[in-house]
Ligand binder design. Structure first.
Ligand code: CA
Length: 244
């Protein structure tokens, strides 16, 4: 698939990272717009309306989180944070302010492209309404229309809550979801026991899906931040009466 219509704004002050990322993204068919300061990033954002923003948190003229806050006040354009910071609190703060995902430096080509695809896909699915059809990765298949889950073709029996968590993660596959975002989506509100409740459900889900870190990793635990479903793709049921 070529994505030559997608414009990506890269806001980053390190020039070697600029050229590395520009090469990778352009080879994949994306158009890259470049800014080296927050102020320049804002100007280009307003004049070119990119489809995705790749944002470094440590900019010379402002903190990247400030820019997330500002852009989120008037735009839902996906923001993927490039962070050298390893503290979970920084990642959670960026996500809570409205960033869609983050990637920790140093990162490789495959990881960068996977995050970019997931962020662009999440933007499209917002306008898609309720899920029809299903979702499929190498190991896992979900039929949203029947609320059924299969691992390597074998049906897996999940509780309602477990199914809701798995389908929520699949709808955002490839992208991290914070603990609080999952808890709010599944239970509506959070209390002191929420994280524990989520962890217990997640342990049962991983057991049932035979998802184990390192080998058959379907759901990744991003320690201190949240969970990330492996990359996969949506499929749609044919329209009633269509020939295909
Ligand atoms: Ca920087």
């Amino acid at each position: 698939m070529t994505n030559n219509k997608f414009k990506i704004l890269l806001i980053e002050d390190e020039l070697n990272i600029h050229s590395f990322m520009q090469t990778i993204l352009e080879a994949e068919g994306y158009q890259v717009l470049k800014a080296t300061t927050g102020a320049q990033g804002k100007l280009i954002f307003r004049s070119h309306l990119p489809d995705l923003i790749l944002l470094d948190l440590g900019l010379p003229d402002m903190d990247g989180t400030e820019l997330i806050r500002e852009i989120r006040s008037y735009s839902v354009t996906p923001i993927l944070v490039l962070s050298a910071r390893i503290q979970e609190t920084d990642k959670v703060e960026a996500l809570d302010l409205g960033a869609n995902d983050y990637i920790t430096k140093p990162f490789g080509t495959a990881e960068l492209l996977a995050r970019v695809r997931a962020a662009l896909r999440s933007q499209r699915s917002f306008s898609g309404g309720s899920p029809q059809g299903g979702w499929k990765s190498q190991d896992l298949e979900i039929r949203y229309d029947q609320r059924r889950v299969f691992v390597h073709g074998q049906e897996v029996h999940l509780t309602q809550t477990e199914y809701n968590i798995v389908s929520l993660l699949a709808l955002h596959s490839g992208k991290v979801m914070t603990y609080s975002a999952i808890i709010t989506a599944i239970w509506g509100s959070s209390d002191n026991g929420s994280i524990k409740k989520l962890q217990v459900n997640m342990a049962n889900i991983r057991k049932k899906l035979h998802s184990r870190p390192g080998e058959n990793n379907i759901i990744y635990n991003e320690l201190g931040v949240g969970y990330r479903m492996c990359e996969g793709s949506d499929w749609q049921l044919p329209e009633p009466g269509s020939q295909n």
